[in-house]
Design a protein around this ligand. Structure first.
Ligand code: GRF
Length: 211
């Protein structure tokens, strides 16, 4: 009988603000026995985010940390988030359509352990309305990027990236749909790399690898 080494799965929180289709893609991927991460918590800053329902239907723990009562006090909002993350012994965070910016302190606390998905080929089209701006610029290629989160918005080391063609007659909606299909494939691949320690905080520097 082949010897089996039980490797503990990384405990992942997915942070959302909306429909949560990327969250769903991560949940589906993580159902595989050999996937190195488990989605154990979904947090939303929007109390009625559609993705929360889906997470509950999957029997995943959910938490709402509404940013509004905290006003401008982002650190207090982040302390509340950290409370949930620690209570659930979270190893890795996946931002999936989470529409709040973090302070430098929060980002540094989770350095190498927090991923984001952005609907463009970074470093192009940082920020919002990426599909509209890609069409306006007339680019022939667009796509999606998963990157580690650093204090600067939509910057940070790229973990996975995939391009799609921009086709004649594309609208914002048709282009968004083509990119979203890629996002749903790309995010689980990128989380696998991080969870296996092949990229990010747990990865060895190249110089110290023996092979
Ligand atoms: C995705 O396009 C993602 O790239 C961006 O926000 C959108 C979230 O969509 N950051 P969903 O909530 O995962 O469906």
């Amino acid at each position: 009988m082949a010897e089996q080494t039980a490797v503990e799965k990384k405990r992942v929180a997915v942070l959302i603000s909306g429909r949560g289709s990327n969250m769903t893609a991560l949940i589906e991927a993580a159902k595989a026995d050999d996937y190195p991460a488990a989605i154990v918590l979904v947090i939303s800053n929007v109390p009625d985010a559609a993705g929360l329902e889906r997470a509950r239907a999957e029997a995943i723990a959910t938490a709402v940390v509404d940013h509004r009562p905290f006003g401008d006090d982002r650190e207090a909002f982040e302390r509340a988030l950290d409370g949930e993350l620690h209570r659930h012994r979270i190893d890795l965070i996946c931002l999936a359509g989470f529409m709040r910016l973090f302070t430098k302190n929060f980002v540094e606390r989770w350095s190498g352990r927090m991923l984001n998905i952005h609907p463009a080929l970074l470093p192009h089209f940082k920020g919002l309305h990426t599909h509209r701006r890609a069409l306006a610029a007339g680019v022939k290629e667009h796509g999606a990027t998963v990157h580690l989160v650093v204090p600067e918005m939509d910057a940070g080391p790229i973990v996975a990236q995939e391009a799609v063609p921009v086709l004649a007659g594309d609208t914002e909606e048709s282009l968004a749909a083509r990119v979203l299909a890629v996002e749903h494939r790309l995010y689980p691949q990128a989380l696998r790399l991080i969870a296996e320690g092949r990229v990010g905080a747990a990865a060895e520097p190249a110089a110290s690898r023996s092979a």
